[in-house]
Design a protein around this ligand. Structure first.
Ligand SMILES: Cc1cc2nc3c(=O)[nH]c(=O)nc-3n(C[C@H](O)[C@H](O)[C@H](O)COP(=O)(O)OP(=O)(O)OC[C@H]3O[C@@H](n4cnc5c(N)ncnc54)[C@H](O)[C@@H]3O)c2cc1C
Length: 312
């Protein structure tokens, strides 16, 4: 079967796009490899009408609602390879789960891969006591002892903002990030502590952080650590040769959400550092609407849209 659109990735962006395409009467196949990027978190927060919903439940509600749109199929399978069909603008072959699918357009909603930081205890506490975004988890951990694992200069200013959630915030540089005198003064004035001792490990149990231990054996009590691990794109992005911005995110036309490859659209975390479920939902809807507009006009002009039901 030739689908109008093939969506790769079944997180908030892909599922939102599938809903939009289904409602636009376009045939679509959504392929998802799982698990969710936020699978380690117990609940998704700061999402309109769904605050506090577990990530898996969010996805299953979205899939259940797609059942109302019979032209949309959802399948659990990893896409291994994508090829453009020679000579046809916007026609693609997609290999997944031992099958080959054909589609007129591709919509990439692949998310990003978080690389775990090489610090003992980090991976075990990721998504529980170690979080990225205060809008997602700040309310739940308010007034606790917070640390910021500062590896980039912008995390120093971020620590000041965390003061809105707690009076006890410490910047941990491990001695690897020089703090300019002006920035040091800003942190001190804003009530943020600074600890530059080299880090040895994070101490805790069952994903719950108790303290950070330094190389000299000293410990500092800590209940939450904000960290932004490095991210990389899924391999499909390089395989398609998509242009990236200076920070490694897929470049899209801001209005049409088309990537540097004609007929390939993108939405969600892979395009932006502003990563949140609500943002991904919005981008998925936007990309699907842009894709639908272009494709439907193309099909109408080619006389390729199906005739309507017979009139009495
Ligand atoms: C620990 C943690 C907690 C978070 N908590 C919150 C929160 O509380 N609130 C909030 O708003 N945001 C939160 N976020 C951010 C939020 O999860 C993301 O912004 C959101 O999931 C992005 O949606 P997405 O659809 O772009 O990508 P994702 O949700 O990452 O979905 C991408 C999907 O694509 C699939 N995929 C990748 N490659 C392939 C392939 N080759 N073939 C098929 N499928 C593929 C993946 O398996 C995945 O299912 C959190 C993130 C993390 C890491």
């Amino acid at each position: 079967m030739l689908y109008d659109a093939l969506i790769i990735g079944g997180g908030p962006a892909g599922l939102s796009a599938a809903l939009t395409l289904g409602r636009a009467r376009r045939s679509a196949l959504l392929l998802d490899a799982g698990p969710a990027r936020n699978a380690a978190a117990a609940q998704v927060h700061n999402l309109f009408t769904r605050d506090g919903t577990p990530p898996a439940e969010l996805r299953s509600i979205a899939r259940a609602q797609l059942a109302a749109y019979p032209q949309v199929r959802v399948q659990d399978a990893r896409v291994e390879r994508v090829e453009r069909v020679e000579g046809a603008r916007g026609a693609f072959s997609v290999w997944a789960g031992g099958e080959v699918h054909r589609a007129r357009r591709l919509l990439l909603c692949l998310g990003m891969i978080d690389e775990m930081i090489d610090l003992e205890g980090f991976a075990a506490m990721w998504g529980r006591s170690i979080v990225i975004c205060p809008y997602c988890h700040g309310w739940e951990v308010q007034d606790r002892r917070m640390g910021v694992l500062a590896q980039q200069p912008e995390q120093l200013e971020f620590a000041l903002m965390l003061r809105g959630w707690s009076a006890e915030v410490v910047v941990l540089t491990g001695g690897a990030l020089p703090i300019p005198p002006e920035q040091r003064a800003r942190l001190t004035t804003g009530g943020v502590a600074i600890d530059e001792r080299p880090l040895r490990r994070l101490l805790g149990e069952d994903g719950v952080l108790h303290a950070v231990e330094f190389d000299d054996g000293a410990q500092r009590p800590l209940e939450v650590l904000f960290a932004r691990p490095p991210q990389r794109q899924q391999p499909l992005v390089a395989a398609l040769g998509l242009a990236l911005d200076g920070h490694g995110f897929v470049q899209v036309d801001p209005m049409r959400r088309e990537t540097s490859a004609p007929g390939v659209y993108a939405a969600g975390d892979l395009c932006t550092p502003m990563q949140a479920a609500a943002a991904a939902v919005g981008q998925g809807m936007h990309a699907a609407a842009a894709l639908n507009h272009e494709l439907t006009v193309e099909l109408a002009l080619a006389g390729a849209l199906p005739p309507g039901p017979p009139r009495a």
